[in-house]
Design a binder for this molecule. Structure first.
Ligand SMILES: O=P(O)(O)OC[C@H]1O[C@](O)(CO)[C@@H](O)[C@@H]1O
Length: 537
């Protein structure tokens, strides 16, 4: 495909390499002038993005725009949204799929970019709306005629992390008498702890797996089924499913209701499909889920702008590439100053690292440049009392992405010494960004801060379904745009397969399956089973 180009062959890359020899010094006395902080600011889909505390200047910004243009990033993004087969490795066996999670939220126009897929998304939304209405009207209820109050989502990876992060972020908006819980880990204690808290008779179990083959999810499905049976309940009245059309789990007979997602939606990009939709709409209400989609759609539209100062996900992507490929920083910390976003960094870890943790280009060649960044993070201010020491004075420079909101969600606050808790929270976020940039000169070396450490700030008025949807899609789009720039396939995950194969071999051995399927006596799996003390006596 002539849209694909190797990163190293892009002219702007050489220019950026030159510029990276003398990057902007954030610790210089006049570095953070009012003019700079006002100029390095972009507003989009309800967020203000402040990047005056990144190590960029006008020349770098110009070169990053050239990089975007020469790599045809926006064209690739539009091609993705319009249904081009972006999930592929040319010349090799690969998934060969479209990448159309954006179609799930392109539902607010008469002219969606991918009409067929948006029609499928709308069909699923209509079915969900009807299901929820039937629950409200009491047409679907337990055997005693009582309503369901809780939905437990059983799924893992993309079938858990995004939906869970969004639910926790928006719990404030739960409908009265509704809540959601999540079981992901095959660790039986995960399920036991969740189930112990529930009245199963008032609970719906939502089993979510795109492939319908994931070991953890299928195991937990059986575990929950047996818990229902043990409680004298009929699983057929309590269990619903979300799965890929045609997957082994796609058997409506087994479930009270079943919803579909499609192979053109990657697991880690599926939170705005039925994978997130069923649980979120049950707990938060259908209208709030639509608001989330509206916010995500706004971020998808922003991603079509050519100019990096009008295209926030592109700007975020390019600043990340500047830090990764040109300034040589290996990790990025995502630091939400919002307790509700506590699992958002975990979701981004999958979304980003499973997408861009690749070393083969879309031409099937080994890449000669750095790709995916290590993503991690925790909410502030808690993180300040944990790992920020390393951010300020450690030998590793970690670019930080701060996220904050001017107002709290619950609006229950207290003024102490003239400021509210929300102001204290935000003051800390701004202070951290400044401290990283400016540093401090001190005669005692142990008390001095070198500064000149990059960060950016993403600020909106409030964490609502709309702003959460926008935030989610800004990051999803940032990640895809970075993958396009690195010329890697951000939409497959071959790197998770080997571990699954080996786990299955170990499990066959532990299950003492038939002779022909047992491991040979010198197999490393067998030696490790013995060394770990897991051998059957
Ligand atoms: O939804 P599924 O098919 O159960 O997959 C769960 C997760 O497993 C993975 O394939 C990785 O093992 C993820 O990409 C995916 O989100």
């Amino acid at each position: 495909m002539d849209l694909f180009k190797n990163f190293a062959d892009i002219k702007a890359v050489q220019k950026l390499e030159q510029l990276a020899r003398t990057p902007y010094n954030l610790a210089a006395s006049t570095a953070l002038s009012p003019e700079r902080l006002a100029a390095y600011r972009v507003s989009s889909c309800g967020f203000d993005f402040l990047y005056g505390t990144q190590r960029v200047d006008a020349q770098v910004m110009q070169a990053l725009q050239e990089l975007a243009d020469q790599a045809r990033l926006v064209e690739q993004f539009k091609a993705m949204k319009s249904g081009a087969v972006m999930n592929r490795i040319i010349g090799y066996d690969s998934e060969e799929r479209q990448v159309l999670h954006t179609a799930c939220r392109d539902i607010f126009t008469d002219k969606p970019l991918s009409p067929e897929e948006t029609a499928q998304a709308k069909e699923q939304l209509d079915r969900l709306k009807k299901f929820l209405a039937d629950l409200d009207k009491g047409m679907i209820c337990n055997t005693k005629g009582e309503s369901f109050t809780t939905m437990v989502q059983v799924g893992i990876g993309g079938s858990d992390l995004g939906p869970r992060a969004l639910y926790l972020a928006l719990k404030r908006y739960c409908q009265p008498g509704r809540k959601a819980c999540f079981i992901a880990n095959v660790d039986p204690d995960d399920a036991a702890a969740v189930l112990a808290e529930l009245d199963l008779s008032r609970t719906l179990i939502n089993v979510v797996s795109k492939s319908g083959t994931t070991l953890e999810t299928l195991t937990n499905e059986e575990l929950v089924r047996s818990a229902l049976t043990a409680a004298g309940l009929d699983p057929a009245r309590h269990m619903i499913a979300v799965t890929g059309a045609g997957s082994p789990m796609d058997d409506p007979e087994k479930y009270l209701a079943a919803f579909h997602m499609y192979d053109y939606i990657g697991g880690r990009y599926s939170a705005t499909s039925m994978v997130g939709g069923v649980t979120l709409a049950f707990a938060l209400g259908y209208e709030n889920f639509l608001e989330l989609l509206r916010g995500a759609n706004a971020a998808d539209q922003t991603g079509e702008q050519d100019n990096i100062t009008e295209n926030l996900p592109l700007l975020m992507a390019l600043l990340g590439i500047w830090n990764r490929n040109f300034l040589g920083h290996n990790t990025v910390a995502v630091l939400p100053y919002s307790q509700a976003l506590l699992r958002f960094p975990a979701h981004l870890q999958q979304c980003d690292m499973e997408s861009n943790g690749k070393q083969v280009s879309r031409f099937g060649e080994s890449v000669q440049w750095k790709t995916g960044t290590i993503v991690w993070g925790e909410p502030g201010t808690n993180g300040q009392h944990a790992f920020y020491q390393l951010l300020h004075q450690g030998s590793e420079i970690v670019p930080a992405e701060f996220i904050g909101f001017r107002q709290s969600q619950y609006q229950e606050d207290i003024t102490i010494k003239g400021t509210t808790s929300q102001q204290k929270l935000l003051a800390n976020m701004l202070a951290q960004s400044l401290a990283l940039a400016l540093g401090r000169v001190h005669e005692n070396p142990n008390k001095s801060f070198a500064g000149n450490r990059p960060s950016s700030l993403l600020i909106a008025d409030r964490l609502t379904p709309y702003s959460m949807g926008a935030l989610l899609a800004l990051y999803e789009n940032k990640i895809a745009l970075q993958g396009f720039c690195w010329n890697i396939n951000s939409f497959d995950q071959e790197g998770v397969q080997l571990g699954k194969v080996l786990a299955n071999r170990i499990l066959s051995e532990l299950a003492e399956e038939k002779e022909g399927e047992r491991l040979s006596p010198d197999a490393p799996e067998l030696s490790l089973i013995k060394a770990a003390g897991l051998e059957k006596k």
